[in-house]
Design a protein around this ligand. Structure first.
Ligand SMILES: [Zn+2]
Length: 322
């Protein structure tokens, strides 16, 4: 059963919104585009591994995707977590191209692509660190003997994986997505004992769900972008052009001629993703270029957003998540 589906991470939603509203020749644009495509490749790899996970019997596992949990003063993130009554499995997904050499002496993953050699930090150590934190975090909910397994899974089938001669047993810890379910079957065979009852598993599930905190940052501040550099207005849901114009009850796009009654809703979401805050009537009116305060109130009340305060003090809240 999928407890936490894989959604587009909040930080990616923010980055994409910023790219949609930043001038084509803005000097920071290349950096933002690069960050976005790097995150997108990571997500693509995770989605590919989700396919192999979907082949497992659904009733046997609780599945959490992209869980980010607090630990002391920081957080750790698990790409995929499988929980059963018998054991847990943490999976770190890597989407890497080229030739990958896992050096067991230096504990580095050495990537060679188009003649360029690059050393990446040890992904096995990375997932083992997550496992350590996970175990400590749930120490009072999991019995000491409850096995917690880890795997690094490569999503790009066209990459080549090698290691030091004689050290091939490492391929039980780092492997391609295609072998994943066979490795999980082996784990099932070696963990036959039921260590958690259904209610105990339910408690762990609730704890993890409650503790998830998506990675968030003020995207404009992070890239030092001035608010005046960001295009405002209602964005066309059909072609992304800005701004649409309000005309007799409809938003009209001058570029593609698309019309919409509800295009302001995604642009309200854009505002919250960019400015990270609850908003008042005048702020959203200015951002969406809505001609009057009354029309703004009407559109906002129709949108049925959670709000606090009355009349001109009313503040609207839109919860962001992933
Ligand atoms: Zn359009």
């Amino acid at each position: 059963m999928i407890v936490k589906p894989r959604n587009v991470p909040l930080i990616m939603q923010k980055t994409k919104t910023l790219l949609r509203r930043l001038p084509e020749h803005h000097p920071t644009r290349p950096e933002i585009e690069q960050d976005y495509s790097w995150r997108k490749a990571g997500l693509k790899g995770e989605i590919e591994i989700d396919y192999y996970i979907s082949l497992l019997p659904e009733a046997d596992y609780l599945i959490f995707n992209g869980l980010r949990l607090p630990y002391g003063s920081h957080h750790f993130q698990i790409d995929t977590l499988l929980l059963s009554s018998n054991f847990a499995l943490l999976i770190e997904v890597k989407n890497l191209a080229g030739e990958l050499f896992y050096d067991q002496h230096t504990k580095q993953l050495i990537k060679t692509l188009n003649g360029k050699v690059e050393a990446l930090s040890d992904p096995i150590a990375q997932v083992k660190r997550q496992k350590y934190q996970f175990k400590r975090m749930l120490a009072n909910l999991l019995p000491n003997s409850y096995p917690i397994e880890h795997l690094v899974v490569l999503s790009n089938q066209t990459s080549i994986l090698k290691t030091n001669p004689g050290g091939e047993s490492i391929f039980k810890e780092i492997m391609f997505g295609e072998s994943l379910i066979f490795r999980i079957s082996e784990m099932e065979k070696s963990h036959k004992k039921q260590l958690l009852t259904s209610p105990q598993l339910g408690i762990v599930k609730n704890k993890l769900t409650e503790c998830h905190q998506p990675f968030d940052q003020d995207i404009l501040e992070h890239y030092s972008i001035m608010s005046k550099d960001v295009y405002s207005g209602v964005r066309c849901p059909n072609c992304d052009s800005l701004p649409m114009e309000w005309n007799r009850g409809l938003w009209l796009c001058a570029t593609c001629k698309h019309s919409s009654k509800t295009a302001h809703l995604t642009s309200i979401q854009d505002f919250v993703l960019l400015y990270n805050e609850p908003f008042k009537n005048f702020q959203i009116r200015r951002f969406l270029h809505i001609p009057s305060i009354y029309l703004t109130s009407r559109l906002l009340s129709k949108a049925n957003l959670p709000s606090t305060g009355e009349k001109r003090h009313r503040t609207y809240h839109l919860e962001l998540n992933d």
